[in-house]
Ligand binder design. Structure first.
Ligand code: G3P
Length: 217
């Protein structure tokens, strides 16, 4: 499974990229607003930090305006892909951009039927929002299981399942067990994925024991 980071904070992206485990970046209007920076500046900087796909989301609601935004964002860097909402206008724009060879990420997906429509529109990625379904009392991961299973029935579908709205490390594990293609993980959850108390205890013990090894001189 590939790992994307779900943030527009370039310091956090730089940190994760330096570890070497980063395959791409997802942003959304809320994350861009949180960065406090101009949209283009942030996206261009992120694209210089990572080689993989960087999602830049349109804010227009109608197809033609989405296409204007999408084509402009795609001109900023080779690895920009266009994030579009799962609406009829969004899927129409997705189809056109896909036909033009522009990568797309269809977002705000909450059901298998929506994911099937996005695949028909040629989406490069479909982003089901797991945490927001959990927030409503649903089992968000059930939607991932359904989408992965449904896509597997149709080998011509090459849309990748990108698990979004991840809230904790267990979401990442479950996404991998279900065969999702990508998890986009917030920086705080990436940090938690590294941690295990037994790793810290084990390392401390190894270093303490190392003190008792006679020096070679
Ligand atoms: O980028 C989309 C996404 O992952 C949203 O997450 O936590 O705002 O539901 P969240």
């Amino acid at each position: 499974m590939k790992f994307f980071i779900d943030t527009a904070d370039t310091d956090q992206i730089r940190h994760a990229a330096a570890i070497g485990v980063l395959d791409g970046v997802t942003t959304n209007p809320s994350l861009i607003a949180k960065s406090g920076r101009r949209f283009k500046d942030v996206i261009v900087e992120i694209c210089e930090l990572v080689d993989g796909p960087v999602s830049a989301e349109v804010t227009a609601l109608e197809t033609e305006a989405m296409l204007d935004e999408g084509r402009e964002y795609a001109s900023w860097a080779d690895n920009v892909i266009i994030k579009l909402p799962l609406t009829p206008d969004g899927l129409k724009a997705c189809k056109t951009l896909s036909d033009e060879g522009v990568g797309t990420n269809v977002t705000l997906c909450f059901s298998t039927n929506q994911a099937l429509l996005a695949a028909r529109a040629g989406a490069s990625y479909i982003s089901p929002f797991i945490g927001r379904l959990d927030d409503l009392g649903h089992e968000g991961m059930d939607v991932i299981a359904e989408i992965v299973g449904a896509y597997e029935n149709y080998p011509d579908i090459d849309t990748e399942v990108l698990v979004a709205s991840i809230r904790h490390p267990r979401h990442v594990t479950e996404a991998a067990l279900l065969g999702a293609d990508v998890a986009t993980v917030p920086p705080a959850v990436i940090d938690k994925m590294f941690k295990h108390p037994m790793t810290d205890i084990g390392l401390e013990k190894f270093l303490a024991d190392w003190e008792n090894v006679p020096s070679s001189e």
